[in-house]
Design a protein around this ligand. Structure first.
Ligand SMILES: Nc1ncnc2c1ncn2[C@@H]1O[C@H](COP(=O)(O)OP(=O)(O)OP(=O)(O)O)[C@@H](O)[C@H]1O
Length: 289
């Protein structure tokens, strides 16, 4: 299968008044067409900035220094004109965030927001055609009474419904790549589990490749075919999800696994302590890179 995303030796530093702070130290990551890949690591490890570079957002920030190669569907994102990068967002690649209420516009109906997304790809699509397609997508995410939802504002829907709406919106233009940043963590555990299952089945049906960003290895296990573990801006382990779970080779991956919240447990997981062992060389399972 051809790669939809191919990142090589990606580095990122932010300029501040004390000089440059390096955040990514040479990340390489690839996703084949239709593959579900997870990038997992603790808070501050560099997951979201990686996603923002893929979306072409950090390249245009004056304070960020980005270097390395990022190819999307064979096209060089780094060399692209900002206008061309912008044209990819919401069409060929789309994004789902953890909290739908912060990404949906509270002042527009769901129907209007669907139309705006669809017009990015097909500017002349009629209102009737937009509504028909949006209804189809809402049915796919098991939303009862789609007509009512299209006329509703986000605040009139539950968190779980809004999350489904976001998934439907993210897939309505048939993107080749979906970036999902901790989807559903703003929801309660059972609604999150349902939402992830739904998203899993939907991307499988649509053949959409996914970069799934999470700090929770338990969730990743359910969702991803392959996993990259990131620690302080470096990939420390990479492999098929089963291989990583059955034989985690890196001390940091093992520490993350110990921190997986148990469904029956109480309280929050312990955050792994920083240890010198976490600086050990990267572990790679199998031949994929
Ligand atoms: N605009 C910025 N300017 C300076 N530093 C930044 C900026 N954005 C992110 N960083 C730093 O880059 C590092 C990686 O941040 P990033 O948001 O990618 O972490 P993350 O793994 O996504 O964490 P979380 O799970 O909490 O979202 C952090 O140390 C963060 O403080």
């Amino acid at each position: 299968m051809s790669d939809i995303l191919d990142i090589r030796d990606l580095t990122l530093a932010f300029k501040g008044h004390r000089g440059l702070t390096e955040v990514l130290h040479g990340i390489s990551l690839r996703i084949a067409a239709g593959e579900r890949v997870a990038l997992v690591g603790e808070s501050g490890s560099g997951k979201s900035v990686t996603a923002r570079i893929i979306l072409g957002l950090l390249q245009e920030t004056g304070s960020a220094r980005v270097a390395g190669q990022v190819a999307f569907d064979g096209r060089d994102i780094m060399a692209m004109h900002p206008r061309d990068r912008a044209a990819l967002r919401g069409t060929e690649m789309s994004m789902i965030f953890q909290d739908p209420t912060s990404s949906l516009n509270p002042t527009f109906t769901i129907g209007r927001q669907f139309a705006e997304v669809m017009h990015r790809r097909a500017p002349r699509l009629s209102r009737t055609a937009c509504n028909a397609r949006a209804t189809e997508m809402l049915e796919e995410v098991s939303i009862p009474d789609p007509a009512r939802v299209l006329d509703a504002y986000p605040f009139q829907l539950s968190g779980g419904m809004n999350q489904r709406v976001m998934i439907a919106m993210a897939l309505v233009n048939h993107p080749k790549l979906l970036l999902a940043d901790e989807p559903g963590t703003a929801l309660d555990v059972s609604v999150q589990a349902q939402t992830l299952r739904l998203m899993h089945d939907l991307v499988e049906d649509h053949g959409t490749a996914v970069l799934f960003i999470s700090h929770n290895l338990g969730v990743v296990r359910e969702f991803a075919d392959r996993v990259y573990v990131i620690y302080r801006g470096r990939i420390v382990e990479e492999g098929a999800t089963d291989a990583v779970f059955h034989a985690p080779g890196h001390a940091y991956t093992r520490a993350l696994m110990d921190a997986v919240p148990r469904i029956t447990g109480v309280g929050l997981p312990e955050v792994p302590e920083v240890s010198d062992a976490f600086l050990a060389p990267m572990v790679r399972h199998g031949s994929a890179s």
